[in-house]
Ligand binder design. Structure first.
Ligand SMILES: Nc1ncnc2c1ncn2[C@@H]1O[C@H](COP(=O)(O)OP(=O)(O)O)[C@@H](O)[C@H]1O
Ligand SMILES: Cc1ncc(COP(=O)(O)OP(=O)(O)O)c(N)n1
Length: 281
């Protein structure tokens, strides 16, 4: 029996809402076999990140060797890359092993404001790792940091995604979760504050742009949405879907996991990754 295999390279979130833990739950929910290479251990829960310790880059390299020399992944998701030395290891090893279908979530700062990527790593991320990835999935602040282009409207999203695409020569999914849109807005129109109702993400490929619009779900329990989306896309690519279809499937899954109404913790709670799995009676 064949099962698509997905590798996540990311940091650990002990509360299970983001990072490696969210990735493996998502990969499993898509029926794929999940493997993990840990780049960092964070200390965090639904109320924020209070500590970060990077794994030694040699240990990251050894984990990658162990995985690739034995079970070849059909897709790779990269999350928290933590520092320049680790990024250099990822570039070397993913090139050596000719990894396919790399989805890179360029995680930089947690919602609670803690740096998850050191400042001096950004150049190596832009010039070394992003061009290796078949898709990058920045949120709006990350795309601003990568391109220097402020993003306040749909037109800005179109422009910033083009700038990043020109820099990396690779497809970009610019996530709009940090900006919500009102119904009066045409896909090309300007952002207006009133009555936000949808979350719009923009996929840019060499063929042009495509908007993915999903209803805004009113919840404060959205910890780990970016991790979940990128792992879901990697799982769909591993299963053989095209990039536009993989993004559509992943968005549907993410909306279901947000809407399921799981309510855990005292802060920004996790999604329900298991909402499609039948519970034990
Ligand atoms: N409240 C919400 N309702 C529906 N979709 C959301 C909501 N918040 C975020 N999303 C979606 O979750 C994904 C991650 O978005 P975003 O919050 O921008 O990224 P990150 O988690 O990396 O900061 C995007 O597809 C975005 O549209
Ligand atoms: C270990 C780890 N990796 C990534 C993140 C950021 O997660 P993200 O999905 O972008 O979600 P929020 O920061 O919005 O919760 C993280 N917190 N921890």
């Amino acid at each position: 029996m064949k099962r698509p295999v997905v590798l996540t390279i990311a940091g650990s979130d002990p509360s299970g809402g983001a990072g490696i833990q969210a990735d493996l739950k998502t990969i499993t929910a898509f029926g794929c076999y999940g493997m993990s290479v840990i780049t960092a251990v964070t200390v965090q829960n639904t109320m924020g990140v209070t500590g970060v310790e990077a794994m030694a880059p040699d240990l990251v390299a050894a984990q990658l060797d162990a995985v690739f020399s034995d079970i070849r992944p059909n897709a790779v998701k990269i999350g928290m890359a933590v520092c320049r030395e680790t990024i250099e290891v990822l570039i070397e090893k993913l090139t050596e092993y000719r990894a396919e279908h790399i989805v890179l979530d360029p995680v930089m700062i947690s919602t609670s404001g803690r740096r998850l990527l050191s400042k001096d790593a950004v150049d190596t991320l832009i010039h070394g790792l992003l061009p290796l990835a078949g898709l990058s999935t920045p949120n709006l602040p990350e795309c601003e940091a990568l391109t220097g282009q402020p993003i306040r409207s749909r037109e800005d999203m179109i422009l910033a995604s083009l700038m990043l695409h020109r820099q990396t020569k690779q497809p970009v999914l610019l996530k709009g979760g940090h900006m919500t849109f009102s119904p009066q807005d045409s896909p090309e129109g300007s952002f207006r504050e009133a009555a936000p109702v949808d979350c719009s993400d923009l996929l840019r490929t060499p063929d042009g742009v495509r908007w993915y619009r999903t209803p805004l779900i009113q919840t404060t329990n959205s910890h780990g949405t970016g991790c979940t989306l990128s792992s879901a896309i990697a799982s769909c690519l591993a299963g053989g879907l095209s990039l536009p279809d993989a993004v559509a499937e992943a968005k549907t899954y993410l909306s279901g996991a947000l809407a399921a109404g799981l309510d855990l913790g005292k802060g920004n709670g996790p999604l329900d990754h298991c909402f499609r799995i039948k519970p034990l009676s």
